[in-house]
Design a protein around this ligand. Structure first.
Ligand code: DX5
Ligand code: ZN
Length: 274
């Protein structure tokens, strides 16, 4: 017998403390939940994820009308929604937190890709997972315990991802690449939307693709910052599979058309890739 109100209340879960089978419990709960479980499961079975996915970043949306923003990109066919969490310490800006993720979880069946730009991310992993994050990414620069943070994400039923800033080389992730679901390459210095793409990110994407092939790892490669129609082909040809885009989606008159265009450019670039 499940109790949705209690299970999805991150405060009560945090107070309960963590246990090794929390992730299992959470998955089981989802599978059986009348609202989230069945349709979510059906979506997973019928929707084969595209080779390249556009993940709109709601940081660039109007926070007073988040529901409208979500419906707009859903109409564009996206499967992922990127959620930027900033604490004013790790990055010089403050954005949104756990209650907003919980509200988004109720408002959409899109996968929630939560990008933690916060210090001590381990302290908040259980709360974000319980709030409904499908993917949680932590910065290599934000914790001396990256391995522990990634394990915690998986234990709590979300997909773990590691992120590197523009000044951090790929080699800093070498000990954790075997255990991540995705690697996020920052192509701007995190903290703000609307910044210019840093072209050196493309080399890192290529390097991550080469390492994955050499070691038979399975992570997906994501890129975040300054992504738009002008550089989609470049990053996709290098190996990017998740394109996080804020300004180029939500600061346009038609966000659905913007994501469709970027998805189209991505599949064209993939077809041309040698
Ligand atoms: C930056 C965030 C990005 C940001 C991207 O710190 O991590 O996700 O929203 O915004 P654009 O696409 O405008 O560069
Ligand atoms: Zn982000």
């Amino acid at each position: 017998m499940y109790r949705p109100r209690r299970r999805w209340n991150w405060e009560s879960r945090t107070k309960r403390g963590s246990s090794a089978d929390d992730g299992f419990e959470r998955r089981k709960y989802r599978e059986n939940h009348p609202v989230y479980g069945v349709p979510y499961d059906r979506i997973r079975r019928v929707r084969v994820p595209a080779a390249v996915e556009v993940a709109p970043s709601i940081l660039a949306a109007d926070f007073a009308c988040l529901g409208d923003a979500i419906r707009a990109v859903e109409a564009g066919g996206v499967t992922l929604l990127h959620v930027d969490v900033m604490d004013g310490h790790f990055v010089p800006n403050i954005s949104i937190g756990i209650p907003v993720v919980a509200s988004l979880r109720k408002a959409t069946r899109l996968q929630l890709d939560v990008h933690l730009m916060i210090e001590n991310p381990e302290r908040y992993i259980e709360a974000f997972a319980s709030a409904g994050a499908d993917m949680i990414s932590v910065h290599q620069e934000a914790t001396p315990h990256l391995d522990r943070a990634l394990s915690m994400i998986r234990e709590h039923g979300s997909k773990p991802g590691a992120v590197i800033n523009p000044a951090t080389p790929v080699v800093m992730l070498s000990e954790v690449l075997r255990k991540v679901d995705h690697v996020l390459v920052m192509s701007v210095n995190p903290g703000f939307g609307g910044q210019a793409f840093i072209p050196e990110a493309t080399d890192k994407i290529r390097e991550l693709r080469d390492i994955r092939e050499r070691h038979h790892y399975s992570y997906r490669i994501a890129v975040d910052g300054g992504i738009g129609p002008e550089n989609v082909a470049e990053v996709v040809r290098a190996g990017a599979q998740i394109l996080v885009a804020g300004t180029s989606v939500f600061h346009t008159p038609d966000p659905a058309a913007a994501v469709r265009e970027m998805a189209h450019l991505a599949s064209e670039a993939l077809a041309q890739r040698v």
